[in-house]
Design a protein around this ligand. Sequence first.
Ligand SMILES: [Fe+2]
Ligand SMILES: [Fe+2]
Length: 160
Amino acid sequence: MELGSWSHLVGRFFEVASAARLEGDERREVEFWLDRESEAAIFWAQPDADQRHGLEAARTIAVGQPGRRDLIRAALLHDVGKRHSDLGLIGRSLASMAAKLRLPVRGSWARYLAHGALGAEELARLGSETLVVEFARHHHQRRPTTIPAEDWDILVSADR
Ligand SMILES: [Fe+2]
Ligand SMILES: [Fe+2]
């Protein structure tokens, strides 16, 4: 599994370390893009940093494509599977490095590296639309045929 460049990992490390809880207007903004209670439940069960990362990705898209609710929702929800690994900052970084070095991993590291598939399965069960499910599943891999190239590029660049 590819998790981006080393510099991206280092950047994310500091972002995650300094993320503040979503408050007031930010929470209402997230709620506006969620379609069902069950999505809200898994979104708000994420660590603060992952909530903020989802909201920032969603905002990046909403600025240029406010009418693309599907893309915005896909960005907002793409990392919900991360919460199953229950890994702290250091654990996540080590798991990502292990993946880059192609070392075998188990347990919470393996769950962390499989967060795309885990999140996609949940979102599919909740009835989220195909684009949301498919972006969650594939966002660390190659574009699946179920997502048009143009949409994929927008989503990937929002998930910097
Ligand atoms: Fe991810
Ligand atoms: Fe992400």
